[in-house]
Design a protein around this ligand. Structure first.
Ligand SMILES: Nc1ncnc2c1ncn2[C@@H]1O[C@H](COP(=O)(O)OP(=O)(O)OP(=O)(O)O)[C@@H](O)[C@H]1O
Ligand SMILES: [Mg+2]
Length: 369
């Protein structure tokens, strides 16, 4: 599978991102173009093979059947140009692009992800072809089993297909992604907004893990969409299921380095577990709260990540002083947030909390509301 490239790095990570750039290509904004395959210092998958399956893992098994039987044929093979007019290309993807388009019949604006069929069929793109099918399958499954925190495909009569390209038509999130949001507000987002976003994402992941039985595998600010509902309430939604994989399968996640769990650096692909998404979510919440990332990569060689483990022993009090030394500004409610974030970032995936317990902790932060 194509290695995901970074748009960010530890120094210039979020703050250097230019929100007004009209087209974001994966070949641009790259600090580290290739992912190292060297052995990760984290625990091996073998050491965890005798674990009792978590309730999360058990719950999803029966529901995977329904997911697998989903019919992926395009039942309304209308050509793109007959139904849509491209408004703006938002981003160039590896296999095509992501654009906004206007429906010629009802004038609604949609987000349309395009995949070139020739590129999908090339030998070196086979795994990308598989990930296209997973993405399409999940987006259609989510249309039938919706959750407001997870973007889903639009109805079948809005889907299109061309001889040269495949498309996934979805609702358009008017305020872009969380990276753009962090660019605008990074480090200054109100505590209760951080908590609200955190809770929304935990709930979205519970649906994805426990009901669909899938790991997202690529949680990052770029893959979290921002919009506001009719009442003006901020809503976040996970998108981009191109790296999603079945919980329990052996799969190398190739998500973005700054958000990838340490076990995914091992040479043997570990079993896909909810704890990998929980790690990435913590890394995202840290960036949202402090305006810059906690570390560059979750590896022993990364001074920021290994310091968190060896110097601070995941203790919020030690980590808080350490953050000051590194120039992170003091936050009002970090005493509530940091202990949770730190347990989610543990190298040992078995020691990370479950989504259920994270939710309970977040709901207990009365003084944040
Ligand atoms: N529904 C949407 N509404 C608004 N913007 C979107 C929507 N979906 C995606 N985007 C924007 O487009 C960007 C790229 O989309 P996406 O993450 O799905 O593709 P990608 O990561 O480039 O593709 P791939 O995984 O195929 O390589 C997102 O980071 C986000 O900024
Ligand atoms: Mg993406």
């Amino acid at each position: 599978m194509e290695q995901k490239q970074e748009r960010t790095n530890i120094q210039a990570h979020v703050l250097s991102h230019n929100a007004s750039t009209p087209v974001r290509s994966r070949s641009q904004n790259v600090s580290t173009p290739t992912r190292s395959k060297s052995k990760c210092s984290g625990e091996s998958s073998l050491s965890r093979s005798n674990m009792t399956p978590s309730p999360d893992t058990v719950a999803c098994k029966s529901l995977n059947l329904a997911f697998d039987k989903l019919d992926l044929r395009n039942t309304s093979p209308v050509r793109y140009d007959n139904l849509y007019k491209t408004v703006k290309v938002l981003s160039k993807t590896i296999l095509g692009n992501m654009a906004t388009a206007q429906n010629r019949k009802n004038n609604k604006i949609r987000a349309v992800k395009k995949f070139n069929k020739v590129k999908l069929q090339r030998r070196h793109n086979i795994s990308r072809g598989e990930s296209f099918h997973v993405e399409l399958k999940l987006m259609k499954w989510l249309r039938a089993n919706p959750h407001e925190g997870l973007i889903a495909a639009c109805p079948e009569h809005e889907q299109v297909d061309d001889p040269t390209d495949k498309y996934i038509v979805m609702p358009f999130a008017s305020h872009g992604d969380l990276l753009t949001f962090i660019d605008k507000h990074g480090g200054k987002v109100a505590d209760d907004v951080v908590r609200d976003i955190f809770l929304q994402l935990v709930s979205a992941l519970q649906h994805l893990h426990q009901t669909a039985g899938y790991l997202h595998g690529d949680i990052s600010p770029e893959n979290i969409l921002v919009s506001y509902d009719e009442t003006g309430r901020l809503r976040v939604q996970l998108c981009d299921y191109g790296l999603a994989c079945k919980i329990g399968s052996r799969h190398h996640c190739h998500g973005k380095k700054s958000y990838m769990a340490p076990e995914h650096y091992s040479t043997q692909p570990p079993k896909a577990k909810p704890s990998a998404d929980i790690f990435s979510l913590a890394a995202v919440m840290f960036v949202l709260y402090y305006g810059k990332p906690a570390f560059e990569t979750a590896r022993q060689t990364d001074v920021h990540y290994s310091g968190l483990e060896h110097k601070c022993h995941y203790r919020a009090s030690a980590y808080s002083s350490w953050l000051r030394a590194w120039g992170y500004s003091k936050k009002h409610c970090e005493w509530a947030l940091l202990p949770t974030i730190l347990t989610m970032l543990k190298r040992n995936s078995r020691k990370r909390p479950t989504l259920k317990s994270i939710k309970e902790t977040l709901e207990g932060w009365k003084h944040w509301a």
